[in-house]
Design a protein around this ligand. Structure first.
Ligand code: BGC
Length: 749
């Protein structure tokens, strides 16, 4: 035996004894103490390894770097985390290699579980339209249960970027244009993913992304620069991130963009000063894919060495896929460019989370194939996906109560390129779980057959493709339309026309699909159009001529059943838009919570008083908060408990809502304010509360809201949070434009 080998054995023995002692004391020690003891044993290289995240070899969500010796690097303690690795067998494989490393530090596995794992839920923009926080949280619980059962510890969700530009492809991943609603939904999603407690076998770490301001990319082009005032950043773009921190989110992801010239991944003000210092975030920050190295292309650093220096010193703890940390951090520390304290802080954040997950006690805790099988085939998950999908469908138009359809129609024609599509229903960020094909996804045709296949004759024609100019299928479509009592048409985008790197300058309905609708409308038959998309589209012909329109977004694996439930009235649509739909592409960005200007655009005839277009109104086609039901709701009896308050008081607001129609239904009652005079200009209306209520036909309910000083506060000129004395207009609406009742109150000193 050589001296070297003997030394190695002695060292292993020492490590083994230390770890044994560590586990003997495990009960008494806090996570902080456990992290400290472990870090005392780590070399600088092993510390850097914890900050390095690699992609697995079989799927990629960014530009790939191939490593021939990935296994060796893991065995050598140079990798802390792997993404895009799915399934108990595969995660066990990599974990068992990590367990051969000197200190046996477990890997954590991350995955984009954006709208469900195997059971696919509607895209996040769609579920946000439910305004149903409990249902959203429950949906993420299902996603977390399946994800964790498949060996994965961490989802790169929720995406909480506010966005007001439907050209931006990633608008589908967020919760729309409003910071208040966005913050509520961010918290619900974090709670849903993380469950009662990190370390529970059904919980995964959530990740608030992309920090920050990614949603205001110039021109709606993905990855583009953002130039934004501090006021806008604090008032509109940061609140959902703060809400995620308050809800206990354990990880953050940086965004690809620069803000005012500083890339987010190297932005110390954002990552350190705001997130870690001001907000007290205790978890760790991962870069977006390759974003550390991409700073070289941004042009704020010269090479990978400087990129690593800039990112780690800014507070970015883990490097996803760029390899800048792995190749440079040790040298940077030796060169005195990166203080060891910076590395230690990052490593301790990563290790704390690993301890919290319970991976040091059992690195294979999430690798149980029996549980995996059970949870991936759990029928309760399917039922929840169907319910969430129904809650996400927005009824945009319903002339003469064409919907709901009766179940005894003799013949229904179902026309369009998306009728028989299967995988399309899952939207852009669905997960291709290894070994699972798409046969569990319910197509729209299948949904209709399930519902009325035995009662009605169903006819089908594709009519045309999603894209292209071929109209040769129009005749067949028109022929079957003539034979039908009602025509249902399913058109829209392809599922991969929205998503990452899927910005579009033309957001009208692609191809000749609108012409197909025109041709079918020529038959004089009643037509219902389903619009499938990941973003708001512009479709003025349909909006102005077709009697009934359902915006179905991408609804996930239960799409067909959910659509059939809504078409035939087994579910009364209740969703309302969380993002404004422009009347024209030239109107973008259009959003409800704008300022008044000195020449408000109220009167289109007065040439000096129209900050509008000469050829277009300022109003969107469908505004934030808009969405119809098969029934109708009357609002009455608005009462305020008082009309003035001090900062210590609360005003109670009550309003009666009555279901005046024939169907039971749900209504989202919205509370808006307008701060009439502020030291800086305030928006014409701002959502400050809402409640979703269920009312049987003929039933009335009283909805209450409490106004406190927090609801009246904003960031003033000096970016100080607080309320200013003065008058406020209070509005209760069925949408941001459909204001039903108003009153006024005053905040006094
Ligand atoms: C996306 C992130 C995603 C990451 C890992 C990036 O390209 O911007 O949202 O989490 O890839 O897949």
């Amino acid at each position: 035996m050589t001296i070297k080998t003997e030394l190695r054995i002695l060292l292993s023995l020492f490590v083994f004894i230390s770890l044994q002692n560590q586990s003997l004391n495990a009960q008494q020690k806090t996570i902080g103490q456990k992290v400290d003891s472990l870090m005392n044993l780590m070399t600088l290289e092993e510390k850097v390894g914890q900050l390095n995240q690699y992609n697995d070899d079989w799927e990629a969500t960014g530009p790939v770097t191939n490593d021939k010796n990935k296994a060796e690097q893991i065995r050598d303690g140079q990798v802390g985390s792997i993404l895009n690795c799915m399934g108990t067998a595969r995660t066990r494989h990599w974990q068992s290699i990590a367990m051969q490393a000197r200190l046996h530090i477990p890997l954590i596995f991350g995955q984009d579980v954006i709208h469900g794992y195997k059971t696919t839920f509607p895209i996040p923009l769609a579920t946000s339209c439910s305004w149903d926080l409990a249902a959203i949280e429950a949906a993420e619980r299902v996603a977390a249960t399946e994800t964790s059962a498949s060996g994965i510890h961490w989802t790169f969700a929720p995406m909480v970027d506010v966005s007001r530009d439907p050209r931006w492809g990633r608008v589908m991943e967020g919760s729309g244009e409003d910071p208040y609603l966005g913050a509520k939904i961010a918290a619900a999603r974090v709670k849903g993913f993380q469950g009662e407690k990190i370390g529970g076998v059904n919980s995964v770490l959530a990740c608030a992304k992309h920090f920050a301001a990614y949603g205001l990319a110039i021109g709606g082009r993905d990855y583009n620069s953002v130039d934004m005032s501090d006021r806008l950043l604090w008032e509109v773009y940061l609140p959902p991130f703060k809400a995620a921190v308050d809800a206990g989110v354990r990880t953050f992801m940086t965004s690809f963009n620069d803000i005012n010239g500083v890339p987010s991944t190297g932005n110390r003000e954002l990552l350190h000063d705001i997130l870690k210092e001001k907000w007290g975030f205790q978890g760790f920050v991962v870069s977006d894919w390759g974003a550390v190295g991409e700073m070289i292309k941004h042009g704020n650093v010269k090479n990978e060495y400087e990129a690593a220096e800039c990112a780690i010193n800014a507070g970015c703890d883990m490097d996803m896929e760029s390899r800048c940390y792995k190749d440079n951090l040790s040298q940077l520390t030796k060169d005195g460019k990166v203080p060891l304290t910076e590395i230690d802080d990052a490593v301790s954040r990563v290790l704390s989370v690993k301890f919290e997950l319970g991976l040091f006690d059992d690195p294979y805790k999430f690798c149980d194939p029996v549980r995996e099988q059970r949870e991936l085939n759990n029928p309760e998950h399917t039922a929840q996906a169907r319910d969430m999908a129904r809650k996400s469908i927005v009824l945009l138009k319903n002339e003469n109560h064409l919907l709901p359809l009766t179940k005894n129609l003799k013949t229904i024609a179902f026309i369009g390129p998306l009728v028989k599509a299967v995988k399309q229903n899952n939207g852009f960020w669905d997960v291709s779980v290894p070994g699972i094909d798409s046969s569990f996804i319910v197509s729209q045709w299948q949904g209709l057959e399930n519902k009325v296949g035995k009662l009605s004759k169903l006819l089908y024609a594709k009519g045309c493709d999603i894209e292209g100019t071929d109209k040769s299928g129009f005749d067949e479509a028109v022929t079957i339309a003539r034979q039908a009592d009602v025509v249902v048409m399913s058109i829209g985008e392809r599922r991969d026309m929205t998503g990452e790197a899927k910005s579009r300058s033309d957001i009208t309905i692609p191809g000749v699909q609108e012409d197909l609708v025109k041709a079918v409308m020529g038959t004089g038959k009643p037509v219902v159009v389903l619009i499938n998309a990941g973003r708001p589209l512009v479709f003025n012909y349909l909006a102005d001529h077709v009697p009934a329109i359902l915006y179905t977004w991408w609804l996930g694996s239960e799409a067909g059943n959910a659509i059939a439930d809504v078409l035939f009235g087994d579910y009364n649509p209740s969703a309302k838009l969380t993002i404004s739909f422009p009347a024209s592409i030239g109107q973008i960005p259009v959003f409800y919570s704008h300022f008044n200007t000195g020449r408000p655009a109220h009167d289109d005839n007065d040439r000096y008083y129209r900050s509008a277009y000469t050829d277009l109104s300022i109003y969107p086609k469908y505004e934030f908060g808009y969405g119809l039901s098969y029934t109708a709701f009357k609002y009455s009896n608005l009462k305020l408990s008082r009309n003035s308050m001090t900062a210590n008081d609360t005003i109670n607001v009550t309003v009666t809502v009555t279901n005046t129609g024939k169907y039971d239904g749900e209504e989202i009652v919205q509370l808006y304010f307008h701060d009439l005079v502020g030291s800086i200009v305030r928006p014409v209306n701002e959502l400050k509360d809402f409640e979703k209520i269920k009312l049987q036909a003929g039933e009335s309910k009283t909805v209450s809201f409490a106004i406190d000083v927090e609801k009246l506060s904003f960031y003033n000129r000096d970016l100080k949070w607080g309320a200013e004395p003065g008058e406020f207009e209070l509005m209760i609406g069925a949408s941001s434009r459909d204001i039903r009742l108003k009153d006024q109150f005053e905040l006094i000193k």
